[in-house]
Design a protein around this ligand. Structure first.
Ligand code: FMN
Length: 361
């Protein structure tokens, strides 16, 4: 039986073996931005588990762009070399690997989720002063410094430099993180952007930094390699960004050579989000239909049948699996089994030969 989630997807010169992708997930386990053996095992296990594309966690383009002091980065040579070891291992498993490039803006310098004390990490405790479009704090966090025009230019440059390093490290895909209330989303949303210069006001102005970053990254990133952008398609809050706004931005991104929009939501303001199975799929469908660009759907897609239905319904071109992949690194192989799809070399997903005995009984 054929299965849509196991069909390959070609974006530019890259053919991903299937449409089940590992969602980017912070591991809060880096020292000085360096990915470690933990990241090798986390991403490597999911690559051997059959994911077509594994995405790294939000990886900072500048030290002050980290969400927590334990985030990964790609702003120096040592980090680039550490990533290339992970990239090589993922490739050996037949998967492709994308790096999510990020700047946390006003949500930077925060404690990792399992620390006893939550919120902003002060400079004397290894943190730093966060930067943002406007001096408006995210609830419970410190008030950020407003970025100057020169600092905005430096952010664009940092995305370009990180893109150059990502290519040298061997990554196949770049995903620009413009979701979840981080810097590029902070610019997009009127809830966090009150600027009166060319980066604030109209939707076109609030999108300016994202469009500048994407234009510059696209120019640096090889023409045959796909470029993705993750968006929050709604703030789920009055006066925040709406799915109509983000759909329009997605159409602009398509015009700049973005290959696929990864449609998430929320993260920039406290909100009552109607969380449930596939709760963001309608947003993906709307962006795909109105933006004229391929999309990926994410958010409580947990079963093979459900993932298959998202693609059969034409809501998305690929699905991302997050927490379910933390429970089960072999999610795609299990899904293929449940859908009675062939599991063999050339079929979209195959058992690593070392584990082939596990496929039978
Ligand atoms: C531990 C953890 C870390 C996450 N880190 C990131 C991240 O670095 N970048 C990102 O865009 N989303 C991040 N997310 C969100 C996931 O990518 C995903 O969108 C979300 O978990 C919903 O999908 P799910 O229901 O399949 O888990 C994270 C989620 C979890 C659970």
């Amino acid at each position: 039986m054929t299965s849509r989630i196991l069909e390959p997807l070609t974006l530019r010169g890259t053919t991903l073996r299937n449409r089940i992708w590992l969602a980017p997930m912070c591991q809060y386990s880096a020292v000085d931005g360096m990915p470690s053996d933990w990241h090798l095992v986390h991403l490597g296990a999911r690559a051997s588990g059959g994911f077509g594309l594994v995405l790294t966690e939000a990886t900072a383009v500048l030290p002050e762009g980290r969400i927590s002091p334990q985030d990964t980065g790609i702003w120096d040579d040592e980090q680039q070399r550490a990533w290339s070891r992970i990239v090589d291992f993922v490739h050996d498993q037949g998967a492709h690997i994308g790096i999510q490039l990020a700047h946390a803006g006003r949500k930077a310098s925060t404690s990792r989720p399992w620390e006893a004390t939550q919120g902003t990490v002060a400079p004397q405790d290894g943190g730093w002063e966060p930067l943002a479009p406007s001096p408006i704090p995210f609830e419970g966090y410190v008030t950020p410094q407003e970025l100057t025009a020169a600092q905005i230019g430096a952010v664009v440059e940092a995305f370009v430099e990180a893109t150059r390093r990502s290519h040298l490290a061997g990554f196949d895909v770049v995903e620009v993180h413009a979701a979840h209330g981080y810097l590029l989303h902070q610019f997009l949303s009127p809830l966090s952007n009150r600027r009166t210069d060319g980066y604030g006001g109209s939707l076109a102005n609030r999108s300016r930094l994202l469009l500048e970053v994407v234009t510059a990254v696209r120019e640096e990133w090889p023409q045959d390699k796909p470029l993705l952008v993750r968006v929050s398609a709604t703030d789920w809050a009055p006066d925040g960004v709406s799915v109509q706004d983000v759909t329009e931005v997605a159409s602009w991104l398509a015009g700049l050579g973005v290959d696929l929009v990864d449609v998430s939501s929320g993260g920039n303001a406290p909100a009552d989000i109607p969380v449930g199975p596939g709760y963001q799929v309608p947003l993906a469908r709307a962006v795909r239909a109105g933006g004229g660009i391929p999309v990926a759907a994410v958010g409580l897609i947990t079963t093979a049948e459900q993932a298959e239905q998202v693609l059969v319904d034409g809501a998305a071109d690929a699905v991302l699996i997050g927490r379910a992949a933390l429970r089960d690194p072999m999610w795609p192989l299990r899904a293929a089994h449940e859908l009675r799809a062939p599991v063999a070399a050339g079929s979209g997903v195959s058992w690593p030969p070392q584990y082939a005995r596990g496929a039978w009984r």
